[in-house]
Design a protein around this ligand. Sequence first.
Ligand code: SF4
Length: 489
Amino acid sequence: MRYTILDCYTDEPAGLGVPPYLGIYPRYLAGYLLGQGHKVNYLTIDDLRLIRIYNNIKKEPTEKEKTNIRIYNTTGRDVQDLLDKTNILIVILGVHVPGKYLSAIPGTLREIASLIKDMPCKKILSGPAIYGTQLEGGKFFEKARTDIFDEIKEFRFSYDEIAEYALKGAIIAKQIPQLRIIEIETSRGCSRKRGCSFCTEILKSQLQFRKAKDILAEIKEFYSQGRMYFRLGKQSCFYAYPEAAKLLKSIRTQCKKIKILHIDNVNPANVISDEKKGSPITKAIVKYCTAGNVAAFGAESFDPVVSRENNLNSSAETTYKAVEILNRYGAERGENGLPKFLPGINILFGLKGESKKTHEENIQWLKRMIDNDLLIRRINIRQVSIFEGTRLYEECGNKYLRKNRKYYWKWRNEIRQEIDSPMLKKLVPAGTVLKDAYSEIYDGKTTFMRQIGTYPLIIGVKGRFPLNRFYNLKVTGHMLRSVIGEVVE
Ligand code: SF4
């Protein structure tokens, strides 16, 4: 059989697959299908948009236009020919934690339905979208449509199966001409028995860890293809991994030329437990990962009422203490111009028990961090997306979103003005040189660049520089969450 995997991109609380990230779903699936003797091609939703909406013409943006990121991540293959020969199309799709993407737009179910409905082949939907998907925060999920797909299928593999499929499936990276950060899975599920009220991860999986040797083998497979950017991001808490420090050491000693090795989600409580043992994991992250690394703390709220009502993983005091610990070990500036390892904070609006007091608590705790010279790499603020099966869905749905929505712009703006803005000036003061920023898109006469890695800072550079190249940039000014830079030698 000829299969085509159509990557419409995925974004979940634990795991990112929106370019420049390459997520796990298309890779594991390709490995499974190849193992069964099938032919497998990888295409992106950008490929499909290009032929269906843009007549297969990719126009260079004029000096007044923005780069069209709907067709930025094309594979450059003969898409029509591949689709004509396809027997089974598997659509990988699903956004559970919508973000802002600089150079990609994930597909929605509505969009994909209009793009594939006339295709004669069998169509299967997979990826997180089988639980629903939502590209905008603060809304109910979009449900999978059975009239478009012949089948909705999870393709759930055990870690023993993944040991084989991950290696075989790594080959699809060869069908992707662009730079990619390879998202690597270390575990699934969550160590908390009764999880956070809004979380879909606990609905999907029991807690399980991948074997360190399998993770290492997968990284080495990509590394042998010349892929040099990795994030150990598919997990609910990197610190929970039983051999976290040893794993990092093995990766760096066996793949010496890796350019980026970052992590993602961390439960602040586990940073504190690690500290009680002499901080071996924090120290290993600082030593073996590359600079600009971020531990994303899912604090969600500093309000004790919201924390209790939603069974959040960390109290305000715990998050604060974990922020202090990471600053102690990771705030030193690294080779690329950014601090080596800092906390990031996620805040979620619309949780049960939210009130005006919630915002006051959030601001108060964040201010305390600034006043005590603690650095936070970034604050993500989202409105919660509500998924069926979660306690939030069952207990109150969008009650608090509806009640407090009128305040969100103000709350968010206050955090941006009072916390992000002064924090960014401390983090990268004017004159800081940020090395190896990659030019990605144009917006009028400005080129937007980012360093490769987790939660990279967006840098606007005046002028149109050739895209897909690396530049060293000196910071010359600050916006609320991004910086202005100029190219230096
Ligand atoms: S800590 Fe909360 S949000 Fe994170 S995976 Fe566990 S239950 Fe989900």
